[in-house]
Design a protein around this ligand. Structure first.
Ligand code: AMP
Ligand code: MN
Ligand code: MN
Ligand code: MN
Length: 280
């Protein structure tokens, strides 16, 4: 599969620069790459020149956090216009929420005796828990980012700060009005029962959503088949994305993803700007 439509760079909580991401993805056989940082399109702009050098079709992307019935869910937007005022205004709102939450997380850490995390606010425009996790590892407070989440940052832990992200319906509207496709990211990661997941998908369709991320890193064939059927039942297209963040040994590289299960309608069908054609 030479598509990878869900990846991160240092512009959000990824470890590679946009240029290095494009090079690494190209080396792994990716021909159509979407850079989808959390709540910022800075990485897409920076990746453009490298995409031309490596002969990769770069898809303008984003991953937006949204609230649905008390759950934080992620919507990947693909192939959108970055000069759209509604979308850019929405992303500014998201980054303001991230900043305010970042201050609250740093306050909580300081109250636990782990001081200095406020400095991170000045370093990251779209500050996320991943940045705090990396910082906690560097400071010797956790052995890995995963452990930093388990000890401090995940729900129920002392530096967890809940936030109200914009509503799912609103986020899908921003993406659609910017000419993009709205993809419900990693549907199996929301710890929802099968019935609740169907309700989420129903709400996503009602909001105007286009696709489900059917193939992602770490899913087995059975899970991908179930997601493919779910997409089919709701008339949704299907996307593929690694959710690549870093080169840690237990994570996937970009690319290397399975083909879409038979019968899926790819999210890139009929979108010329999401194709790759071999140069003559
Ligand atoms: P945020 O959007 O700032 O709340 O952070 C969510 C991001 O944190 C996700 O996109 C993942 O990259 C990362 N993340 C969430 N949970 C974990 C975990 N248990 N271990 C490592 N990274 C995680
Ligand atoms: Mn992330
Ligand atoms: Mn996500
Ligand atoms: Mn992601």
């Amino acid at each position: 599969m030479y598509y990878d439509l869900h990846t991160h760079t240092v512009c959000s909580d990824g470890q590679l620069t946009p240029e290095a991401l494009v090079g690494t993805a190209a080396a792994a056989g990716v021909r159509v790459l979407a850079v989808t940082d959390h709540d910022t399109i800075e990485g897409v702009v920076a990746a453009r020149a490298a995409a031309a050098v490596y002969d990769v079709t770069l898809v303008t992307g984003i991953e937006i956090s949204a609230s649905w019935e008390g759950h934080a869910v992620h919507v990947v937007g693909l192939d959108l216009r970055i000069d759209d005022d509604g979308l850019m205004g929405g992303l500014c709102r998201l980054r303001a929420i991230r900043r305010a939450r970042g201050v609250a997380i740093a306050d909580r850490l300081a109250a636990l005796g782990v001081t200095g995390a406020h400095d991170l606010l000045g370093r990251h425009a779209a500050i996320g828990r991943g940045h705090f996790a990396q910082w906690l590892v560097q400071g010797g407070h956790a052995r890995s980012p995963g452990q930093a989440f388990r000890l401090f940052l995940q729900r129920g832990r002392p530096a967890y700060v809940g936030v109200e992200w914009p509503m799912l319906s609103e986020v899908v509207t921003w993406l659609r009005e910017a000419g993009g496709c709205a993809v419900l990211a990693h549907p199996t990661r929301y710890t929802l029962s099968g019935g609740r997941l169907r309700q989420l998908v129903r709400a996503f369709v009602a909001a105007g959503g286009d696709a489900l991320e059917v193939v992602s890193a770490g899913l087995d064939v059975g899970e991908m088949g179930r997601l493919a059927r779910l997409a089919g039942q709701f008339g949704l297209r299907a996307s593929v994305g690694s959710d690549f963040h870093d080169m840690l040994p237990w994570r996937k590289t970009p690319g290397g993803l399975a083909d879409l299960p038979a019968g899926c309608m790819p999210v890139w069908r009929d979108r010329p700007t999401m194709q790759w054609t071999e140069k003559a």
